[in-house]
Structure formats: structure tokens, C-alpha cells
Design a protein around this ligand. Structure first.
Ligand SMILES: [Zn+2]
Length: 219
């Protein structure tokens, strides 16, 4: 018997656009009618995998490290008589392209509905590897409707890493948590959402302006 294929959807948006809130809402909604699902996240700030939204919701989730196999995980559940109807995948920008391929396969072969949430691009404005693969494979890419504002009031579209008030565009693609450079540097790493203009001009929020920047990590 052929099982109806599931869908793979990518909800993309900058930090502070409510992705984790939507992920948790989606988990709640999809759990109706005895549907079974699993929640995933990656690079969780506290070392204990949770999906945490800025409006105060939180659910335990499974951490996705680079060696994790979605297919093996689902297969084990099924072999034990369990069901997996849907997956909620937060911070999907950090997943590897091979893991995104697995998610597409789970949708196609096993009828699993997969809902991914993540940032589109990194501090250099380049697509994250996981996001790129999602754009290539997803049935649908949805842009988050709630758009954070740049300090200038324009729609914020680009993520900036700010260290000690200075925007930096080099360094590793991912820094989560306080930066511990090992050289005694204590400047906190902060992320801000800027409009394209101020990202290009490398002008983060000037000290003293009233729009408060978003703080770590992505959300
Ligand atoms: Zn701006």
C-alpha cells in the first residue's frame, strides 16, 4: 500500500520574527487527533535541548548534532511500534544538507509532515547550508509574517554580529552563547537584525537609541 507523501515546509525569517513561537504552536496544532510528533532543535544555548520562544513558551526537544540521523531515529520508533506523523524542526539552518535530504525522504517515503523553522542567511548575508538545502527541496518556503525592525525603523532582514558595539562579519558562522575567546576578551557577542542598508554600511544600533537590539541566540 502506498502511503500518501508528507510535506516539507520551511518557515524562514530573521531572529525575533517568532519562529520558535510558531514552531511550538505548530507542535500543539499538529498534535490534534492523536497525531504523534517529535520536536528537534540544534545548538541550544543551555546545553539542554529545548525550543524556547520569546513569549514564554518552552518544550523539550531533541538536539540535532551533525551526526544525527533522522531516518534512523524514526525507524527506531517505528520498529518499536510507535508512529511519527510529523516533525517540528527548529534552528534548521544548522542542520547539514544530508539531514535535510533525510527529512525530504521521510516526507516522501513515510508520509511524515516536516515543519522546519530557521534563519535564511548568516552574518555575511550568505545562506546557511541547511537553509539552502531546504530552499532547494521544500514543497513550500514561507516567510515569517512578523518582521523585526532595524534601529532605523526599516524592516530588518539581515543578521549582524556585534561585539563591543562594532559589527563584525568574520569569525565562525555560528557563535552561540557568550564569546569566550580565551584571550581575556569579555565583550559579549550580540546579534541585531538590520535593514540591508545598515548591514551593508556595517552600522549597528548606535548607543543611546531606543529600539532595543535582540540578544542571543537566534529565535
Ligand atoms: Zn536600518
Amino acid at each position: 500500500m502506498t502511503q500518501a507523501s508528507g510535506t516539507l515546509v520551511f518557515f524562514a525569517g530573521p531572529m525575533d520574527s517568532g519562529k520558535s513561537t510558531l514552531a511550538l504552536q505548530m507542535a500543539h496544532t499538529q498534535s490534534a487527533h492523536d497525531r504523534r510528533g517529535v520536536l528537534f532543535t540544534s545548538q541550544d544555548r543551555g546545553g539542554h535541548a529545548h525550543i524556547t520562544s520569546r513569549v514564554g513558551l518552552e518544550r523539550a526537544a531533541k538536539e540535532v548534532d551533525p551526526d544525527f540521523s533522522f531516518l534512523n531515529y524514526i525507524r527506531e520508533i517505528r520498529e518499536q511500534g510507535g508512529r511519527v506523523d510529523f516533525l517540528i524542526c527548529d534552528e534548521a539552518q544548522f542542520y547539514t544538507p544530508a539531514q535535510i535530504d533525510e527529512l525530504a525522504l521521510a516526507a516522501d517515503e513515510w508520509g511524515v509532515d516536516v515543519f522546519c523553522f530557521g534563519l535564511m542567511s548568516d552574518i555575511r548575508t550568505e545562506l546557511f547550508a541547511g537553509s539552502k538545502r531546504l530552499v532547494e527541496l521544500a514543497d513550500r518556503v514561507e516567510m515569517m509574517p512578523v518582521r523585526p525592525l532595524c534601529w532605523c525603523g526599516r524592516i530588518g532582514t539581515h543578521t549582524a554580529r556585534v561585539v563591543g558595539g562594532v559589527m563584525v562579519v568574520d569569525g565562525p558562522q555560528v557563535i552561540v552563547g557568550d564569546m569566550d575567546a580565551g584571550d581575556g576578551a569579555t565583550d559579549a557577542v550580540q546579534y541585531q537584525v538590520l535593514c540591508r542598508v545598515h548591514h551593508r554600511l556595517r552600522q549597528p544600533k548606535p548607543a543611546g537609541t531606543t529600539l532595543s537590539p535582540a540578544v542571543l541566540p537566534f529565535g
